[in-house]
Write a protein that binds this ligand. Structure first.
Ligand SMILES: C[S@@+](CC[C@H](N)C(=O)[O-])C[C@H]1O[C@@H](n2cnc3c(N)ncnc32)[C@H](O)[C@@H]1O
Length: 320
């Protein structure tokens, strides 16, 4: 019984740890420390932080294995380096992603529980993707976060499936192009396109050919195959079918559709918490393999096969 109480008390304040790291990221503390071996006092002066509060924060970061205090100097250690801006595998924006509006939406999960509708829209007055589009920096930071996840999640996609059989492929809702760039890198002969909302294309600095659009409207018929990762889980069945109809119409006869999503029946645990996040934020939810199959069949696609991408995600292949 004591163990249970201890576990519960630990759970109640788990968010303190994340918010300490979030604050350090937001205040660029890991970047300020990097290579500088600052004392707490010089970091306080540099960042205009309260010395006493900073001392406690550094102590928490030390406990989390992100920094080390030695001879009164703060040293960044490898785990902490991942939270710096220019680290090749940086997770700085992934860290920042969950702290602001996401957190507020989660604090209003009871609204979603009672209404079945998005807490996000209730608080911020508009759907998530419309809201982030209002502010260029916020939009960029969201896409940097998605890029950091996609960069890690899809790094081995070329080993999982051979895309070289295609003449062309379009990544619909492809964000900052992490997935399509990996496909292009390993299949240089395949013509690749990145399809995104115009305001996202405006932020894109890569070299994949871009196509501006809205997947709730007709999608240009330019690619022989389409890939969509982490798109359908943002939307209800009704909206997903609308996206799938536009994808279907965009593909030629025998065109191939690739979907990458978390499959609830294949994830050992944690699927429900991912779904709660989607319900609160965008009104979507995570689906099982058979739910995706049903969505595809009701959108006139022929299901072909499914392949494991990583611990959470699967590649579902269908044909027009
Ligand atoms: C969860 S993100 C996934 C991004 C990327 N595919 C990945 O796997 O990381 C969903 C993407 O859908 C895009 N999106 C949302 N609404 C859209 C619309 N109406 N038309 C086109 N893209 C849209 C967003 O800009 C965002 O990049």
């Amino acid at each position: 019984m004591n163990e249970y109480r201890k576990e519960l008390k630990g759970l109640f304040t788990q968010y303190w740890d994340y918010l300490a790291v979030y604050t350090a990221c937001k205040q660029n503390i890991f970047d300020l420390i990097k290579g500088n071996h600052l004392s707490i006092q010089s970091l306080a002066d540099l960042g205009k932080f309260d010395f006493e509060v900073l001392k406690q924060l550094i102590s928490v970061l030390e406990k989390q294995g992100l920094v080390r205090l030695d001879n009164d100097k703060i040293w960044l250690i490898p785990k902490g380096e991942i939270l710096t801006e220019n680290h090749p595998h940086s997770l700085k924006y992934a860290c920042l992603n969950w702290g602001a509006e996401h957190l507020t939406a989660w604090q209003n999960l009871d609204y979603t529980l009672k209404s079945g509708k998005q807490a996000f829209d209730h608080i911020y007055g508009k759907p998530f993707f419309d809201y982030i589009s209002q502010d260029k920096e916020q939009l960029l930071n969201y896409h940097r976060a998605m890029y950091e996840y996609a960069r890690d999640d899809y790094e081995n996609i070329y080993e999982i499936h051979d895309f070289s059989t295609h003449h062309s492929i379009m990544d619909v809702g492809g964000g900052m192009g992490a997935l399509i760039s990996t496909i292009k890198h390993h299949n240089p002969k395949v013509k690749c396109y990145l399809f995104e909302k115009p305001e996202v294309i405006d932020l894109y600095l890569g070299d994949i050919e871009t196509v501006e659009g809205d997947f709730f409207k007709p999608i240009p018929q330019i690619a022989e195959s389409i890939i969509m990762s982490r798109v359908l889980h943002d939307w209800s069945d009704e909206k997903s079918r609308l996206i799938l109809k536009n994808v279907y119409d965009s593909l030629p006869h025998n065109g191939v559709l690739y979907i990458i999503e978390n499959l609830t029946d294949k994830i050992d645990d944690g699927a429900a918490i991912l779904s709660l996040n989607m319900h609160a934020m965008t009104g979507g939810f995570e689906r099982s393999f058979s739910e995706y199959k049903k969505l595809l069949v009701s959108s006139d696609f022929n299901y072909k096969e499914v392949k494991k991408v990583n611990d959470l995600q699967y590649l579902i292949i269908a044909k027009k």
